[in-house]
Design a protein around this ligand. Structure first.
Ligand code: GAP
Length: 512
């Protein structure tokens, strides 16, 4: 199965089992907006808790807030979003389809990279053990030609985007002979800048209505509350403020399921530090955040850092943690050293001081900020996509299993009476009524036990317990493990300990 087919299967699976639905599906859907179903919301809440506890509970100097989505419109002028939160877009005149000009070019570069990798694979097969990859990359004419082209287009694209030369961006698309995937033509319009913020009106139209924006990031809610939290919480620098909340962006190219959405959730933390200490904090947070990801156990090779060479005007260091999604390595989290840009801008635009008095140095200053910003939906997709497995069992049967980290699984325990009679359902209910206070349990008595196991495998339930006639006489049940499918007989009174031990978030938090 190709990665593309696998990705399609997991999207279908997410719908079939109540993880994610297309928004407004009965009205044919709303593009790039999704609803989380009954199991999706459980998984999402567990991810939020893992992030929140790692940030707020484990760090005495980090506190959380929940700021409003609507904010004063001047905030977005101060932050630079009104002026510069743009994507370059281009239309194809024949298909009338709209594209992000930079994405057309990035896809073109990705195809060249793919060709290079295919050539290397061919070389590996041809030369076997004697294959010298470095030499092959440095000498093979096809690899070299595509390498030069990819580097050249990347450099020209970065140069024209950074200088805001939209005509040069268009010319590059034409020079690369990029065609519209729908019409196949190269009949392109000019490239225009398109602001990504959604706007709406506050107040009744007849009165003094003003344009306000749906926040495109949660970070600004933290910046404008910096002094409120610092003073009321008696926080001393260095300290952090964390927040989980919705953000909205009118993405032109919204695709790859929940990877790029128009309404999504961010988990952001702004860490306020002394000027001059920001780079060492930036390095510390890079390391701490990677540890948080690795403790999920999805595999070290799934993650890599991408250090930004070209920095935004307000940053003096920036890196992304990229994850290997089914469509390749892409940004999952950004860690940015944002200097004192945001607080200074709010000081300027609001006319209110954003300074901190440092009792240790007896100085007043605008703190510097190191930000960690991760998409909740992207984290969901990272976990979901790397947990999704289609397996062929030894007996020839197929099974779909979600190998979710046990502590994040939406349902931790399925309680299954072997038959619907002889007192087994009542016995099962008693166990469930006891354990439901500790973990999320699901009771199921419909269909054969094999079918019920499959249903639980498909939603990632780490444990199933089966109650049979022996249970009534010796107070034992069979516990079945999702990943190994092994079963063992255990006393009912041991269940809580066995399950809690395996689904404990504490154990994971202790690793980070
Ligand atoms: N405050 C900094 C900030 O917002 P960003 O790189 O634009 O930085 C941070 O966004 C994270 O939010 C990204 O790494 C990504 O995980 C997530 N994100 C951004 N745009 C998204 C979208 N359209 N859909 C889903 N997640 C998105």
């Amino acid at each position: 199965m190709t990665q593309e087919e696998l990705f399609k299967s997991l999207i279908a699976h997410a719908k079939e089992y109540g993880f994610i639905f297309q928004s407004s599906e009965v009205y044919d859907g709303l593009s790039a907006v999704y609803d989380y179903g009954q199991l999706g919301v459980e998984l999402k809440n567990n991810i939020k808790k893992y992030w929140w506890d790692a940030m707020v509970r484990l760090n005495e100097n980090i506190v959380g807030i929940d700021s409003a989505i609507f904010m004063h419109p001047k905030i977005w002028e101060a932050s630079g979003h009104v002026g510069a939160f743009n994507d370059p877009l281009i239309d194809n005149k024949d298909s009338k389809k709209r594209y992000r000009a930079d994405v057309l070019l990035e896809d073109y570069i990705a195809k060249l990279e793919e060709k290079i990798e295919k050539e290397v694979e061919k070389g590996k097969k041809k030369f076997g053990e004697t294959f010298d990859e470095a030499q092959f990359r440095a000498t093979n004419p096809n690899v070299l030609r595509n390498r030069v082209k990819a580097d050249e287009v990347t450099a020209k694209m970065n140069e024209s985007l950074n200088s805001g030369d939209l005509e040069a961006v268009r010319q590059l698309i034409i020079d690369c002979e990029i065609a519209c995937p729908v019409s196949g033509s190269r009949n392109w319009t000019e490239v225009r800048q398109f602001n990504l913020m959604f706007s709406t009106q506050m107040g009744s139209v007849s009165e003094d209505a003003g344009t306000i924006y749906l926040r495109p990031e949660t970070a600004q809610g933290i910046f404008v509350n910096f002094l409120n939290v610092q003073k009321t919480g008696r926080m001393k620098i260095p300290f952090g403020i964390a927040q989980i909340g919705k953000a909205f962006r009118n993405e032109i190219v919204a695709r790859q399921f929940i990877f790029r959405m128009r309404e999504f959730e961010q988990m952001e933390m702004q860490f306020f530090v002394r000027p001059g200490e920001e780079i060492s904090w930036f390095e510390k947070w890079k390391e701490a955040r990677l540890k948080w990801h690795l403790a999920l156990g999805l595999g070290e090779s799934k993650y890599r850092f991408h250090n930004h060479e070209k920095l935004a005007h307000y940053a003096n260091a920036a890196a992304d943690i990229e994850f290997e999604f089914p469509f390749g390595f892409k940004e999952l989290e950004g860690i940015h050293s944002r200097t004192d840009f945001d607080l200074s801008q709010h000081q300027k635009f609001s006319g209110k001081k954003m300074q901190y008095f440092d009792p240790e140095t007896n100085e007043n200053y605008v703190p510097y900020v190191v930000e960690t910003s991760i998409g909740l939906d992207r984290t969901f997709l990272a976990i979901y996509s790397s947990s999704y497995c289609e397996e062929k069992l030894e007996n020839g049967e197929d099974r779909v299993v979600l190998r979710l980290p046990a502590f994040l699984a939406p349902v931790k325990l399925a309680v299954l009476p072997l038959v619907k009679k002889d007192g087994l359902p009542e016995f099962a209910r008693k166990i469930m009524d006891d354990l439901k206070y500790d973990v999320n349990c699901q009771y199921d008595e419909k269909d054969s036990i094999g079918k019920r196991y499959r249903r639980q495998d498909a939603i990632g339930t780490p444990f199933c317990i089966t109650i049979d006639h022996q249970s009534l006489t010796d107070n034992t049940v069979t516990i079945r493990y999702r990943d190994s499918m092994e079963q063992e007989r255990v006393p009912v009174e041991d269940l809580r300990k066995i399950i809690e031990e395996k689904v404990s978030m504490r154990k994971v938090l202790e690793q980070i």
